[in-house]
Write a protein that binds this ligand. Sequence first.
Ligand SMILES: Nc1ncnc2c1ncn2[C@@H]1O[C@H](COP(=O)(O)OP(=O)(O)OP(=O)(O)O)[C@@H](O)[C@H]1O
Ligand SMILES: CC(=O)N[C@H]1[C@@H]2OC[C@@H](O2)[C@@H](O)[C@@H]1O[C@H](C)C(=O)O
Length: 368
Amino acid sequence: MDLKTAYYIGIMSGTSLDGIDAVLADFNSSPPSLLHTFYLPYDGELRSRLLDLNRSGNDELHRAAMLGNELARRYAEAVTGLLHGYGVKPQEVIAIGCHGQTVRHCPESGRGYTIQLCNPALLVELTGITVVADFRSRDIAAGGQGAPLVPAFHQILFKDSQVHRVITNIGGISNLTSLMPNGEVAGFDCGPGNLIMDAWCLRHTGKPYDENGAWADSGKIIPELLEKLLGLQFFSLSPPKSTGREVFNLAWLESYLSGDEKPADVQATLLQLTVTGIAQAVLTYFPDAAEIYLCGGGARNAALVAQLRMALSGRKVELTDRFGVDADWLEAFAFAWLARQVILGVPSSLPAVTGARGARLLGAIYPG
Ligand SMILES: Nc1ncnc2c1ncn2[C@@H]1O[C@H](COP(=O)(O)OP(=O)(O)OP(=O)(O)O)[C@@H](O)[C@H]1O
Ligand SMILES: CC(=O)N[C@H]1[C@@H]2OC[C@@H](O2)[C@@H](O)[C@@H]1O[C@H](C)C(=O)O
């Protein structure tokens, strides 16, 4: 294969459990370019089978392995959709960086584990393309959180020699990357993104998410509830830190509800929880940042963005779209880049972000 003209594919299916983002990327251009994109939504049945894995018992090991196979088939479908849609041949692709579906994340300072479900061997068989998978385990083995991993790619795309920038990804969970003009990079998960808002919205309106935060906007924030939710230890922990559905879930929310609250008021409070989690982290750790750039699906939530602008007044708050990098595809783009790093033999983790003992090659290669 002519490495000068070949491409990488990145596949991300994140903690929101909304579906699969697939991108075709070219790293021979400077800056790297995102050539094509393809989205394959999850159906309700797959989403609930994945959520059911949070409940132990009932042969969960078998169910997890079968879901790994099912996900590999869906990822292969996304690859086919991506390549066919644009007339690109599998032989033109060096590797697929496939994040997998996080179903457990328990880093526990180097003694724990993280699970991103996918059967990479099956994905190679179905696509004929080399697959890179399991990006997080090596960092955890080296004493790190295994997350967030995308700050290294944010650095490549968005660093500036004059301005202190913060990149804020609002996916299921929210995470920040600080890019100092002197080249220092920091980053950590700062709290919920969309995942609790989505779950509450589904339960009360039947819709998978609150479009533009309109429902939240129709409610009133419940200050006592917000205060209780913000009392969670995670918010006051110092970085490095990462989190997931194990911490932010409906059972946790319900433990603070009396049952008398109006559902729209709870939604307004959850939106504010996401905003406050992000704003407090920026103001505490990066008070000098002048520019904040948002990405992830939450960046499309107009009410959320408006509240964030208020909470971070005095700073420029915009979307990464401004740089020609679509906020919806940045994470999938990052996993194409992470795959390339391990194929080239270049460590891609940032110990200053994850807390690991050193930089490591991330991802296991399944040759095509
Ligand atoms: N117009 C919109 N209004 C409100 N919310 C939106 C809108 N568009 C997308 N979203 C939210 O974005 C979510 C999807 O975001 P994204 O794809 O970044 O999540 P993810 O891949 O699971 O992220 P991560 O891996 O970072 O957790 C949806 O579930 C929804 O909550
Ligand atoms: C364990 C896991 O899947 N973590 C995700 C999740 O979604 C957002 C946040 O929590 C971040 O830490 C991470 O994803 C991005 C892609 C990252 O590693 O940078």
